[in-house]
Design a protein around this ligand. Structure first.
Ligand SMILES: Cc1ncc(COP(=O)(O)O)c(C=O)c1O
Length: 408
């Protein structure tokens, strides 16, 4: 019999969804790979590239997950998350925002804050809808908006203003297509914290223009202000109905590998999020939710201790950076990031970051990875040991002096 099948050459590129062309591979992950390569050759590297705590997950949290596994809690959890964890999330959010939250109906346990962000975009963003995002910012928001078919609209923030979103700049970017305002406070890569007053002004704008607000509060308890937690836009009267809080366990409890986060929103918004999440991860691993519920319900001394260590490292680095002639820095009030201005040394942050890593074993992330307004800066994550911070800042001073001596 004659074979009538015609074969065309298989070209995977041609088959890829158009949306893939709108998102890059992560610039941070590239640094991780380079660090691994250098360490394999025996080079001592200062780990300022990693946006996650260097601590182990506290033992009592691990034990609660192990106990759950021993008890045979190995089957699907509810789509929303276990009731015990949702209740704990509700209580925690009530403590942090001062707004009474019913975790049972208003929260969803997500596979990391990142799932909460992606699910929020899929639930609320139509093709062409605009989402306002600070520039520089954690680059995932832009990609999640684009993957959902939306249009990220960036609002530049400035070092002279501590990298906070200026409500006037936000309002200037609003068009009839604007659907959502994204707030990250404390921020990544800058550590910038929006004041309660600026959040009130942003809330007024959101109400005036009928916007949803996605408030990423994953660093809210890694805060060096007077209160134990950074201010939240959810606390502004009238914002409960239009705000989706994104939060998680990765940073506060050093549980990034557990992949566990949450959303808090009104019952109506939560129903919409649930519809999407039923088709993403379905639910999060049952036994790790037992560990997470214990994290929120148990004594919070472990969080205070970690934040205390971050505060000590922050002091070492701020002092060391201010002592380096040519560097300037906006002193951030949250997270574990510093974002010094390196433009006196080099126009290109990626060129300087490459130099620091290749020639001095200092791993940072170029500010340009976080948006055009991040150019001229490098991100230092002080989620490494205090000793590494002390050695690192001395090494940075030498590296920059050597760079300058070359006459670039
Ligand atoms: C601002 C911000 N939100 C969310 C995340 C991701 O959190 P998760 O590990 O819970 O997905 C990060 C991680 O770096 C972050 O910086």
């Amino acid at each position: 019999m004659q074979n009538t099948t015609t074969t065309t050459q298989f070209n995977p590129e041609a088959l890829m969804a158009e949306r893939l062309g709108k998102v890059p591979f992560s610039g941070i992950r590239k640094v991780f790979d380079k660090v691994k390569e250098l360490e394999a050759t025996g080079k001592d590297v200062i780990h300022w590239q990693i946006g996650r705590p260097d601590f182990d997950t506290p033992a009592h949290i691990k034990e609660a997950a192990i106990e759950s596994l021993r008890k045979g809690e190995v089957h699907y959890a509810p789509n929303l998350g276990t009731l015990a964890l949702r209740k704990a999330i509700g209580n925690r959010t009530t403590i942090d925002t001062g707004v009474k939250v019913n975790g049972e109906t208003q929260s969803i346990v997500m596979a990391g804050a990142n799932e909460g962000i992606m699910v929020s975009m899929l639930a609320f963003i139509n093709p062409g809808d605009e989402v306002i995002i600070a520039n520089p910012n954690w680059h995932h928001y832009k990609s999640c908006v684009s993957l959902a078919g939306g249009v990220p609209v960036e609002v530049d923030t400035k070092e002279s203003n501590g990298f906070v979103l200026d409500p006037r700049d936000v309002e200037a970017k609003i068009t009839p297509k604007t659907k959502m305002l994204c707030i990250t406070s404390p921020g990544n890569p800058t550590g910038a914290v929006q004041s309660a007053q600026s959040l009130k002004e942003l809330a007024d704008i959101a109400k005036r223009h009928n916007l949803l607000v996605m408030s990423d509060e994953i660093y809210s308890r890694i805060y060096y202000g007077k209160e134990p937690v950074a201010p939240s836009i959810y606390s502004v009267p009238g914002m409960e109905e239009r705000t989706i809080i994104i939060n998680g366990f990765s940073k506060t409890y050093s549980m990034d590998g557990w992949r566990l986060g949450w959303t808090v929103a009104s019952e109506q918004l939560t129903r919409a999020l649930l519809k999407v999440r039923q088709y993403t991860t379905v639910c999060v691993n049952t036994f790790i939710q037992a560990g997470a519920a214990h994290a929120l319900n148990a004594d919070q001394a472990c969080v205070d201790e970690m934040v205390g260590q971050f505060a000590a490292r922050r002091e070492i680095l701020l002092k060391g950076i201010k002592d380096i002639p040519g560097l300037t820095i906006a002193e951030p009030l949250g997270a574990f990031y510093l974002f010094p201005n390196i433009s006196a040394f080099c126009k290109s942050s990626s060129e300087l970051a490459d130099y620091l890593l290749a020639e001095h074993g200092i791993a940072t992330v170029a500010g340009s990875v976080f948006g055009s307004a991040g150019e001229g800066h490098i991100r230092i994550a002080y989620s490494c040991s205090t000793d590494e911070c002390t050695r690192g800042v001395q090494r940075l001073a030498q590296a920059l002096a050597a760079f300058k001596a070359r006459g670039y």
